[in-house]
Design a protein around this ligand. Structure first.
Ligand SMILES: NC(=O)c1ccc[n+]([C@@H]2O[C@H](COP(=O)([O-])OP(=O)(O)OC[C@H]3O[C@@H](n4cnc5c(N)ncnc54)[C@H](OP(=O)(O)O)[C@@H]3O)[C@@H](O)[C@H]2O)c1
Length: 178
């Protein structure tokens, strides 16, 4: 299924705890996910060639992801960020999701990976431009923290595939019904 803008496929990719959290707090590193999920993330995002994320997520990673065009949602002016912060090797944007995806499609990208966090996942879902979700459920509970989304949504999914990445971690591929 394609997004409204054209022929590019936009997918959301996330690892979640068994109780639905993506992190304990906004500076929490994704160091609790499985090796197999990290491998899947690398493979899918390299296939897409472009990764889109928010500033908090970029800060937890601390560097651009290699071999992919990195786009980071962040305030435009250095006044909105600590001046010493290095955002080299990434494209900073404040564009609305539809405009950004249209621009990427014009550049020739066939897929775009929405890599979080919850703020960015929610912004792209609300814009109605996401076609697919890749969710890896990891065998851990946080009890509290940052969920996948920050606002109420009303979205129906169709389950496309279920894959055990290892004995403990399961990958769910969903399409979004439009
Ligand atoms: N488990 C997973 O798969 C996974 C995946 C990704 C991230 N995470 C985790 O999620 C957490 C971060 O999530 P989050 O929701 O706190 O943050 P986020 O979505 O990574 O980034 C949000 C920040 O991006 C900036 N931003 C957002 N929209 C913008 C716009 N239109 N224009 C300009 N700047 C914009 C804002 O920065 P300012 O506030 O400075 O304006 C905002 O605070 C981290 O702990 C990370 O490890 C987990």
């Amino acid at each position: 299924m394609k997004n409204e803008k054209g022929n590019m496929t936009t997918f959301l990719i996330a690892a979640i705890t068994a109780d639905g959290f993506i992190a304990r707090h906004s500076r929490h590193l994704a160091d609790w996910t499985s090796k197999e999920d990290k491998q899947f993330f690398t493979q899918k995002t390299k296939e897409a060639g472009v990764v889109i994320m928010g500033l908090n997520t970029f800060r937890t990673i601390g560097r651009p992801l290699g071999g992919r065009h990195n786009i980071v949602y962040a305030p435009a002016s250095p006044a909105g960020r600590p001046p010493e912060e290095k955002l080299q090797g990434v494209e900073i944007t404040q564009e609305n999701p539809k405009d950004l995806l249209a621009r990427l499609e014009q550049k020739g990208y066939k897929q775009a990976a929405i890599c979080g966090g919850a703020t960015i996942y929610t912004m792209f879902m609300e814009a109605g431009v996401v076609d697919k979700l890749y969710l890896t459920v990891e065998p851990v509970l946080f009890g509290a923290g940052i969920g996948l989304f920050t606002k109420e949504l009303d979205v129906r999914l169709t389950l496309q595939s279920v894959q055990k990445l290892n004995e403990q971690s399961t990958l769910f591929e969903y399409n979004i019904m439009k």
